[in-house]
Design a protein around this ligand. Structure first.
Ligand code: CTP
Length: 403
């Protein structure tokens, strides 16, 4: 259920910290990758070694100088996670989060990110019911932070009431819930992205100018609407999207294979700039100058058309297949012809003449062509095109058939 989800687990220093060990086990059992962070106080309750062994990952500890530049990578950690879970979230950690303090590793990570956060509070009942903690809780909820628990029951200190850490299975359910909202929850979407590299010999290849930026943005926008995304990408320069299953490939042939392996899917978006041809006489060893002054001659073979192959599947075809049409002349006419020829449902046509700055740039101007007509979208950042496309997919996917 949590396959490919990267969770940064911040373990606070409370008596319930030992339950974080169980939580790590449950999260991993659900398929998540867990990167643990221990506060200084947490180390009084659990050892870095046991946490690291259960997570099968390095533990980040609160034992370094925050001004050390080599440690800045730690801040990057919280940005590359799909979700940050704080368990147990002590009264102290909640207070720091509510007030934006950043005076140790955990609080710095929490302040330096816009990754969604889920907290599982645990503390003495009087600390929990104290107006200061309740005020902090309200602030955190207003900030969009999700909260699971605390449970009510007998506490380690002998008192009874709310304050016990939620059970690990309940925390895992809350983690799943954090990912499973949105109109595309339960839907699988394949996205292709980036260029493909077609080898000439082991050191040389033919590529194109696609950065993969539009594909990355589309994959992230779909994941944000709750979709499970298989992101099949050629060697792109754009950053990889968060919260998706990244499947790296090099060539068009590999891309087709990876797409076929990722099927079935509810929808597929083909944003890759696939090379139309591969080198038919590519060499297994480096081509050398032989001193004769003769140039090597490359011959080409046509690559499979991935979009057309999937669009024309007789059975198991995704309900919505979306292609892009990168054109330099007669954009709409060529794109409409492509829609009909390839058999996809939608084409997003874009003008990739160098003067538009679209290929490799931050913005895109597309026209959505469907069987019913064309709709021009204003020029906007690639992220906004992605958000609009993801929403259009969510609005147009046929409902999941009832069992
Ligand atoms: N595409 C694909 N496999 C290919 C070629 C293209 O899946 N071998 C997909 C692209 O991802 C895009 C759409 O087809 O969604 C159109 O790509 P484009 O490069 O615009 O068109 P081509 O099919 O290559 O046609 P042409 O080169 O004649 O413009």
């Amino acid at each position: 259920m949590l396959a490919n989800k990267r969770i940064l687990l911040i373990i606070g220093g409370g008596i319930a910290a030992y339950k974080a060990l169980d939580l790590i086990r449950e999260l991993r059992r659900a398929g998540a990758e867990v990167t643990p962070v221990l506060t200084r106080a947490a180390e009084e309750f659990v050892t870095p070694l046991s946490v690291s062994a259960l997570a099968a990952a390095k533990v980040y500890r609160d034992l370094f100088d925050l001004t050390d530049e080599a440690e800045m990578g730690h801040i990057e950690l919280s940005r590359s996670a799909d979700l940050i879970v704080v368990a147990p979230a002590t009264a102290d950690l909640m207070a720091k989060m509510a007030h934006g303090l950043a005076n140790d590793l955990a609080s710095t990570l929490l302040l330096a990110t816009d990754t969604p956060v889920l907290i599982a509070p645990s503390m003495n009942v009087r600390m929990w019911t104290h107006p200061a903690t309740q005020r902090n809780l309200a602030t955190l909820q207003q900030d969009g932070i999700r909260v699971v628990g605390p449970d009510e029951g007998e506490m380690a200190c002998g008192e009874f009431g709310p304050g016990r850490l939620a059970e690990p299975v309940a925390i895992v359910a809350a983690v799943q819930e954090a990912f499973a909202h949105g109109p595309l929850a339960g839907r699988h979407v394949i996205v292709t992205s980036g260029p493909t590299n077609e080898p000439i010999d082991p050191v040389r290849y033919i590529a194109n100018r696609s950065s993969g930026a539009q594909g990355t943005a589309i994959a992230e926008a779909l994941a944000q609407l709750g979709a499970e995304v298989s992101f099949v990408t050629g060697p792109a320069t754009a950053p990889m999207p968060k919260g998706v299953n990244v499947i790296p490939v090099e060539t068009a042939v590999q891309m087709l294979e990876a797409v076929q392996k990722a099927l079935p899917a509810d929808a597929a978006v083909f944003a890759a700039a696939v090379a139309d041809w591969r080198v038919a006489n590519s060499s297994d060893s480096k081509i050398k100058k032989d001193g004769s002054g003769a140039f090597p001659t490359l011959s080409f073979a046509e690559n499979p058309d991935i979009l057309a192959t999937v669009s024309q599947m007789k059975s198991g075809r995704p309900a919505l297949v979306v292609g892009f049409a990168a054109e330099t002349d007669d954009v709409l006419a060529h794109a409409s012809a492509k829609l009909a020829r390839k058999g996809c449902d939608w084409i997003l046509a874009n003008d990739v003449r160098p003067e538009t700055g679209i290929m490799g740039g931050a913005e895109n101007a597309v026209t959505l062509i469907t069987k019913d007509g064309a709709e021009g979208w204003p020029r906007m950042p690639k992220q906004d095109v992605a958000t609009r496309l993801a929403q259009a997919i969510a609005d147009n996917l046929p409902p999941v058939p009832a069992d």
